[in-house]
Ligand binder design. Structure first.
Ligand SMILES: [Zn+2]
Length: 163
C-alpha cells in the first residue's frame, strides 16, 4: 500500500465520475464505498473516498463534515521522528509546537486527535502538505466514521428514488 496506489484510486474514481450527473457521481462513490466494506480493506481506496472533491451530495450541494477539533490537545514534543525516523534535535517548548494534519486537510483529513501531528516550526515547514511519513500499514482510527458520514450526507434521500 503506497502513495501511488492512493493516486491510482483517486484518479480512477474521478475519471469514472467525469461528465456524470451528481446523482450518478453519488452512486459511483457508493459503489466504491461498498466495495471497501465488503472486500479486503484497501486503505488507499478508503483515503481516496475521503477526498474533499467528494464532499458534495447527489443534488450537487457541497457539505462539511463534523470535526472533533483539537483545541485542547497538547503535544509536548516534535513528532518528526514518527514520519521520518529522524529525532528532532531542537527540543522545542510545548508552546512552540505547531499542530498539523498527519493525513492532510486538503485531502480530507480531519481535525482529530487521531490525525494530529505535532511538529516544531522547522519540521512543519519541511513536511509541507505532502504525504511524507504517512503510515500505510495502519488504518487510521478516524476513517470509518468519516466515510460513514460522507456516505450518509452524500446519499441522503437518494435511495428512495431508485430502490
Ligand atoms: Zn522538530
Amino acid at each position: 500500500m503506497t502513495e501511488m496506489a492512493y493516486y491510482d484510486c483517486l484518479s480512477r474514481i474521478q475519471n469514472e465520475m467525469k461528465n456524470k450527473s451528481f446523482s450518478d457521481m453519488a452512486k459511483i462513490w457508493e459503489k466504491y464505498f461498498l466495495d471497501l466494506r465488503n472486500n479486503d480493506y484497501f486503505l488507499p481506496l478508503g483515503l481516496a473516498l475521503c477526498h474533499r472533491d467528494f464532499w458534495i451530495d447527489w443534488n450537487g450541494n457541497s457539505f462539511d463534515l463534523t470535526e472533533e477539533g483539537w483545541a485542547n490537545l497538547v503535544v509536548s514534543d516534535c513528532q518528526f521522528e514518527k514520519i521520518s525516523g529522524i529525532a528532532c534535535p531542537w527540543n522545542p517548548l510545548p508552546g512552540d509546537i505547531e499542530r498539523d494534519h498527519w493525513w492532510p486537510k486538503s485531502l480530507g483529513g480531519p481535525f482529530s486527535g487521531h490525525n494530529l501531528l505535532g511538529l516544531c516550526r522547522i519540521h512543519n515547514l519541511a513536511k509541507g502538505n505532502g504525504l511524507r511519513g504517512f503510515d500505510w500499514n495502519v488504518k487510521p482510527r478516524w476513517i470509518d466514521s468519516r466515510l460513514d458520514e460522507i456516505h450518509q450526507k452524500k446519499l441522503f434521500g437518494l435511495n428512495k428514488n431508485y430502490v
